[in-house]
Design a protein around this ligand. Structure first.
Ligand code: GLP
Length: 247
């Protein structure tokens, strides 16, 4: 596991975008799994800059969202599809037909979850996954639990996560309590993993994650420690609790 500590959020975005750009150049039709939340915003801004100023070409790139709140459709401003659409897809030359995500708005969600995994398999699996991390160690919406689901599934969100996500909604009662998330298997099968964390709020979980030597389903991210190709990028604030030897 490569751990890179950078000065601030802007530097983190540049570093993560550089890894994604490298993958796009290596494989112009790569399948990217993209994360939402605050952490990747700088990465997307830098990818847009690389597209506009250096001609980074997304025309054959395929991209997926790895989770979606249950009950929100593709047009909902707090939905994750809308997020990706506005923060990245509309600003680069990606073909919208090559983007997809879990359909969690309505209908038979079990069936939709199965279709999402099938689609990933048909597309040949994820080449690069950009992950954030929750303060409790969740990845995508795989929450701490006794057991972690391999497959895409509907997940009840923890109190902490609901509270953390409330900042994006007008009031607490609007925050969805369930989400459909990619499972652990497709995350782990991604050929390359880039995990990003910024801010003092993430310092405790980053210390636990980086120093963990056991697979702990109560910190779902620990599974990534077994991955053969993972780069962790954190800013100085998120690295505040790490011992000097980790730096
Ligand atoms: C949500 C998302 C995750 C994201 C996490 C952290 O739970 N489902 O994909 O990694 O939030 O978000 P932030 O970067 O805003 O702290």
């Amino acid at each position: 596991m490569e751990v890179i500590i950078v000065k601030n959020s802007a530097e983190m975005g540049k570093k993560a975008a550089a890894l994604i750009a490298e993958e796009i150049k290596r494989k112009p039709d790569a399948l990217l799994a993209l994360s939402t939340g605050s952490s990747p915003v700088g990465t997307y801004q830098e990818l847009i800059r690389l597209h506009q100023e250096e001609g980074l070409d997304f025309s054959r790139i395929r991209a997926l969202n790895m989770d979606e709140y249950v009950g929100l459709n593709r047009m909902h401003p707090q939905g994750y599809y809308y997020f990706m659409e506005h923060l990245l897809y509309q600003k680069v030359n990606i073909d919208k037909a090559n983007t997809f995500g879990p359909q969690a708005a309505e209908g038979n969600l079990e069936e939709e979850a199965r279709k999402f995994d099938e689609k990933i398999e048909q597309e040949g699996g994820i080449d690069l996954i950009l992950l954030g991390i929750g303060r409790d160690g969740h990845i995508a919406f795989n929450m701490p639990a006794e057991k972690l689901d391999f497959a895409t599934h509907v997940q009840e969100l923890s109190e902490l996560t609901i509270r953390d996500n409330a900042r994006f909604f007008d009031s607490m009662d609007q925050v969805p309590t369930k989400a459909m998330t990619i499972g652990i298997q497709n995350i782990f099968k991604s050929k390359k993993v880039v995990l990003i964390a910024e801010g003092i709020n993430k310092s405790e979980i980053m210390e636990r994650f980086i120093n963990s030597e056991t697979l702990d389903t109560k910190i779902p991210a620990t599974i990534l420690k077994l991955h053969a190709d993972i780069t962790v990028i954190l800013d100085e604030a998120a690295a505040a609790k790490l011992e000097k030897q980790n730096r």
